[in-house]
Structure formats: structure tokens, C-alpha cells
Design a protein around this ligand. Structure first.
Ligand SMILES: [Zn+2]
Length: 280
């Protein structure tokens, strides 16, 4: 039995999580050990893209941070990383001599490509571009999002243009990267649901033009329709229960005819001597 991503990245869990193995091309950040579990698809993707980069530009190592806990679930300070589909991936870095290095912590990359924590360290635009290219081109495990600071995305797109890659590839990279301001020292990669994990794995748009999510979307739509049907049946049953309870209460509240007569007779008799009401 393989891994299963259950629910959503921000409200889910991971069944039979697989640990990302270190290798010649992959290093796990020391502070992320024990929280480097993902679906089999995610960890395999990371190893595969690290291998692609190493093939084209030997010498570097992909530096991987947090994935999910072994069984997923809540994982502060992250809001997502709960269902084995998310990975924090370090940017490739170069030292002053232009050699690839791994730093203990992820360094923030500034607009000019240097690291805020140590200006002799800078972004390895070439390998990081190759990483992004490999991620958006992987057909086995399609990537839905890469969250990355917009100034780093701009550097990577410039690297792609320098290399004369196709407009199609550039627009693909641009579509997958969700540019924002936070991710200045790593990229956050999210894969689509592994198809056999759907519908337990709950997938949401966007669906990129080049990925075929027909099977996953149909399974998700069917699961949602089934959920809605179950909810309707449950709501109907609850309404019927409420109606029954109300009817019972009404019949309890209405005294039988004989009781009415007695009550009427009693109150009629006691009415003139109203002092009985206040009597102890
Ligand atoms: Zn993250």
C-alpha cells in the first residue's frame, strides 16, 4: 500500500508518509529532519528534479526543508504542509568563488542576487532556473504551485530568456510561480493530488493548461456530488426528526379533555377566593 494524501494541504493529513532520502543530489536541512515526509509522488519528484539539475550542471545539491510530519496534520508555523503535497525547497546558492554551497539556514536573496545574511553568497540563477524548469516540465507528477518572491521569479525568467528557451516554457514558469513577497529564501512547491489518492485527496483549481486532470476532476466532482446528496438526506432526516419532536411536545402540552374540564372547574371555584394562590 502506498502513501495517501488526505484532504487539503491546509486541512488534511498523510497516510503512510514516505521520508525523503538524502543522496548525492539531495540534502535535507538539519532542522527539517523528522518533518521531511511526503507522498511517494512528492519525494520521488524532488529526487528526480535534483537529478535533472545535477545532470545538466554537476556539483550542486538540492537543499530541502520542511515537507510534512510522518502522518501529516497541523504543522506550525506553516498553514499548509499537512497532507504531504507541500515542500519547502532551498534555492541553489554559490559562494564567492562561484562554487555551489549549502548553508545551514536558507538565506534571503535580494534583488541583486546576493544573500542578505552573507553578501559573498549569491543565488545560483543557472541551477535554480534548471530546477524550476524541471519542476514545471515533469509529466509524472505535475506541479500546481511554486510560491516564490516576485523579484526572484524575475531573475529566473531573465535567466530563461538569456538561454533562449521557448515562450511556452517561460509562460508555464510564470503560471506556476505564484509571485508574492514572503518566499525570499526558498520556494514552496505544491503538487496536484496523486491521481489514485483522489477523491480522499481534495483537489482545487487552478488547473494549468498543460496538465490533464480530467480523471482527478471527475472523481472529485463525483465525490462532491455524493457528499451533497448525503448532506441533503441527512438534512431531510433531521427535519423529520424535528417535526416528530414538535408534534410530540404539542400533544404533551395539550391536556386531555377530562383534565381541561377539571382544571376549568377548579379554577372556577378558587377564583373568588384568590387568596389561595398566595397561600403557602
Ligand atoms: Zn512552505
Amino acid at each position: 500500500m502506498g502513501s495517501v494524501s488526505v484532504g487539503r494541504p491546509n486541512r488534511g493529513r498523510l497516510v503512510r508518509g514516505v521520508a525523503l532520502e538524502e543522496s548525492e543530489h539531495v540534502a535535507v536541512k538539519s532542522s527539517s529532519r523528522g518533518q521531511h515526509f511526503g507522498t511517494a509522488e512528492l519525494v520521488t519528484l524532488l529526487s528526480r528534479v535534483a537529478g535533472r539539475v545535477a545532470e545538466r550542471s554537476p556539483g550542486g545539491r538540492l537543499h530541502v526543508g520542511d515537507l510534512s510530519r510522518e502522518s501529516g496534520g497541523r504543522f506550525g508555523p506553516h498553514r499548509s504542509h499537512r497532507s504531504g503535497r507541500d515542500a519547502d525547497v532551498g534555492l541553489y546558492l554559490l559562494d564567492a568563488a562561484g562554487e555551489p554551497i549549502l548553508t545551514e539556514r536558507f538565506y534571503d536573496i535580494r534583488r541583486d542576487g546576493t544573500a542578505r545574511q552573507d553578501p559573498t553568497v549569491r543565488l545560483d540563477d543557472a541551477r535554480t532556473w534548471e530546477l524550476v524548469e524541471a519542476l514545471v516540465s515533469d509529466t509524472e507528477t505535475p506541479v500546481q504551485f511554486i510560491f516564490l518572491a516576485s523579484h526572484i521569479e524575475a531573475r529566473l525568467l531573465a535567466e530563461g530568456r538569456r538561454r533562449g528557451v521557448s515562450e511556452e516554457l517561460l509562460s508555464r514558469v510564470d503560471a506556476v510561480i505564484d509571485a508574492e513577497r514572503q518566499h525570499t529564501n526558498h520556494m514552496h512547491v505544491r503538487i496536484y493530488c496523486p491521481v489514485d489518492d483522489v477523491p480522499r485527496c481534495d483537489e482545487e483549481p487552478p488547473y494549468h493548461a498543460w496538465v490533464d486532470r480530467t480523471a482527478a476532476r471527475e472523481a472529485t466532482a463525483m465525490a462532491h456530488a455524493e457528499d451533497a446528496r448525503r448532506r441533503t438526506i441527512a438534512a431531510r432526516a433531521a427535519r423529520r426528526r424535528r417535526a416528530r419532536t414538535t408534534r410530540t411536545r404539542v400533544s404533551e402540552a395539550t391536556p386531555p379533555p377530562t383534565a381541561v374540564a377539571t382544571v376549568g372547574a377548579t379554577s372556577g371555584r378558587s377564583a373568588p377566593g384568590s387568596s389561595t394562590a398566595g397561600a403557602p
